[in-house]
Design a protein around this ligand. Structure first.
Ligand code: PLP
Length: 270
């Protein structure tokens, strides 16, 4: 009998990020989230971490020529419709990714991962400045408040300051910025989206959801940025993709997974 191929051709998304051996964040969270959105997930691994729910025990950054080879292998063969970046670890890796993206441009979601919730660094301190070139290429940059403070060199203690930081990131060249409010005080979490407009002032939208008291937030940032990338790959507008991504992430945190002896992680298949 001749083999039958299933007549499906899902949109393809690409994650450029680090591996979390604990499965809750990084590449593992990205691919699960993309599949949950019916997008076919491809990956470029920048670094592997030896990690579990108690913390990051070791980090191995992969050679930049191998990172580039993974990227070329994916984009030469697949019709990648949207890309996200996560843990990039060092300045040379960020520079390599910027070069790669210049060769094949697609809607790009940049999650500027710097420090894990356990406090372990996932980006060397001297690499923070290298993000400037990646931000210029981004369709959307998705910092939490701590990352936004570093990228904009401002202090953020309320939603108004978060909006100002979003505007600053748009001034730096991002098409849009989503400043996540999870680290700010308040019964509700307010995420602020600032979108550059061709003529005139940037537009602001806020996405608000009740705060969920849980320690199992590991992987929430990865899940949000991957959900948005998968939705962009499916052809959604930026606002729709962000609204859908925030709602997905809220459910992923609400139905967190209790695995391992430390805090659990978010649920990627909600
Ligand atoms: N990427 C990797 C490989 C990680 O280990 C982590 C966190 O530990 C992250 C990204 C960021 O995770 P989160 O989605 O919790 O911000």
């Amino acid at each position: 009998m001749t083999r039958q191929y299933a007549p499906v051709s899902p949109p393809v998304a690409l994650t450029i990020a680090g591996s979390d051996s604990g499965g809750g964040a990084g590449i593992q969270a990205d691919l699960k989230t993309m599949e949950a959105h019916d997008a076919f997930g491809t990956s470029v691994i920048t670094a592997t971490t030896a990690q579990n729910t108690t913390g990051v025990h070791d980090v191995n950054v992969l050679p930049t020529d191998h990172i580039e080879a993974q990227y070329d292998a994916v984009v030469e063969d697949f019709r990648v419709q949207a890309i996200k970046t996560g843990m990039l670890a060092t300045a040379p890796v960020i520079e390599t990714v910027v070069d790669c993206l210049n060769r094949y441009e697609r809607p790009l979601v940049v999650d500027p991962v710097m420090v894990a919730a356990t406090g372990d660094r996932l980006l060397s301190e001297d690499a923070e400045a290298a993000y400037a070139d990646l931000i210029k290429q981004s369709t959307l940059v998705t910092p939490n408040v701590d990352e936004a403070e570093i990228l904009t060199e401002t202090e953020i203690d309320d939603a108004k300051a978060a909006e100002q930081a979003g505007r600053e990131l748009v001034d730096q060249g991002a098409d849009a910025a989503l400043v996540k409010g999870g680290h700010l005080d308040g019964d509700d979490v307010v995420d602020t989206l600032v979108v550059a407009e061709a003529d005139g002032e940037p537009r602001t939208e806020q996405f608000s959801h009740p705060r969920i008291e849980t320690a199992a937030t590991h992987g929430s940032g990865c899940t949000l940025s991957s959900a948005i990338a998968a939705r962009l790959a499916r052809g959604e507008s930026l606002s729709t993709a962000v609204a859908g991504g925030v709602a997905f992430m809220e459910r992923a945190v609400r139905y967190g997974i209790d695995v391992g002896s430390g805090p659990g992680s978010v649920h990627h298949l909600v």
